[in-house]
Design a protein around this ligand. Structure first.
Ligand SMILES: [Fe+2]
Ligand SMILES: [Fe+2]
Length: 363
């Protein structure tokens, strides 16, 4: 398709010469005798290049140049000026004209300048298209990457859930202890205004807290009666075993692994394995302790039936400042019984979903 040129000059002979010259060079040409006519043509004819005289009555060529670039920002513009208007020519180049021709003009020179202005325009357009394509490609790749990451994240969470559900099944049979304490901990973390990073670590740490029980023998872990003191010492190794197991996994954050190590520490320093106290225990673990107590009291155990939320609440308040961090207990009391029940039901539903992928466990 031929490239299109709009020729604007108030003098008919100049329009005529330029039209004849450029049509002879195989450009599709139209003419306009003033700037207003030219603006109409810009919309309708959509030229690739505009050649315009600067000195024209009513609206001059510089004003036309500015308006033309508003209508079609990519248009090439060559201005025609008399020799004494050279300073204007410099200023119009600054305003975005591609080139200028001085009157009286040499026809061969006009053809060359037009060709070069159109060439520059094509190059600029190709460059812009290339950049647009690159940008679109980057955007698309970024989106693909984001999707891939969220896919990995989903699989990773599911893998962890499946692992702890399988471990839980050994001790608690059909219970969803780890999933519940994860969700209880997250509710407490939210009430305490934890940031996203701590919330993520809290969720994973709570989910994995008892992973070390894999190293405790069935005779101790599943014993119906009370443990002997030796058995009890053996049982107390599970936070350290869990810590050791998880330390070898690169994708788990330090905080997650520390929660596993410190999940049986107590606020008054009477816990294990480190007998840490107060704020030396990571906040996430202090949160976990309250969640774990709530679940322990409200779940059936081989040696006793589950108690209600009210009993759990009383017991947690009774141990405020002893086993539990007082600020975590305060946060616990801001959450109502109904909300805890809802969280419990949700965790049980998750267990059912996870259980479907582990048919061997017969959930
Ligand atoms: Fe534990
Ligand atoms: Fe536990």
């Amino acid at each position: 398709m031929n490239q299109k040129i709009l020729i604007v000059d108030d003098e008919a002979p100049i329009r005529g010469v330029l039209e004849e010259l450029l049509s002879g060079e195989n450009y599709e040409c139209r003419t306009a005798s003033n700037a207003y006519e030219a603006l109409d043509q810009l919309q309708e004819f959509k030229p690739d290049l505009l050649i315009s005289d600067i000195r024209m009555p009513v609206m001059d060529g510089v004003q036309l140049l500015n308006k033309a670039r508003e209508v079609s920002p990519d248009i090439a513009v060559v201005m025609i000026t008399a020799v004494m208007e050279i300073d204007i020519a410099v200023s119009i180049l600054k305003q975005g004209a591609s080139d200028y021709i001085t009157k009286p003009f040499n026809l061969q020179d006009v053809v060359e300048r037009v060709r070069s202005a159109l060439q520059k325009r094509s190059e600029a357009l190709a460059k812009k298209r290339y950049q647009d394509e690159l940008e679109a490609q980057v955007k698309q790749r970024t989106e693909q990457l984001r999707l891939a990451f969220s896919e990995i994240e989903i699989h990773r969470n599911f893998t962890l859930e499946a692992l702890v559900t399988a471990l839980d099944a050994r001790e608690h049979e059909t219970q969803a202890h780890s999933l519940r304490v994860r969700d209880y901990s997250l509710a407490l973390g939210q009430a305490l205004g934890l940031d996203e990073e701590s919330m993520d670590a809290l969720g994973e740490g709570a989910l994995l807290h008892d992973v070390g029980k894999i190293g405790i023998s069935d005779t101790i872990l599943l014993k119906k009666g009370p443990l002997t003191s030796d058995e009890w010492l053996e049982m107390q190794k599970h936070p350290e075993i869990g810590h050791q197991i998880l330390s070898g996994i690169n994708f788990l954050k330090r905080t997650v692994i520390n929660i596993v190590l410190t999940h049986h520490e107590k606020f008054d320093g009477s816990g294990y394995p480190g007998k840490m106290g107060g704020v030396n225990i990571p906040l996430e673990s202090r949160i976990f302790s309250v969640a774990d107590a709530l679940d322990a009291i409200t779940s059936d155990r081989p040696y006793r039936a589950a108690k209600g939320y009210r009993d759990a609440s009383q017991e947690i308040v009774r141990c405020q400042g002893k086993h539990f961090d007082p600020q975590v207990v305060e946060a616990f009391l801001t959450i109502q019984e109904d909300q805890w029940k809802e969280i419990r039901a949700k965790a049980d539903r998750t267990k059912t979903e996870v259980g479907r992928s582990l048919p061997i466990l017969n959930f």
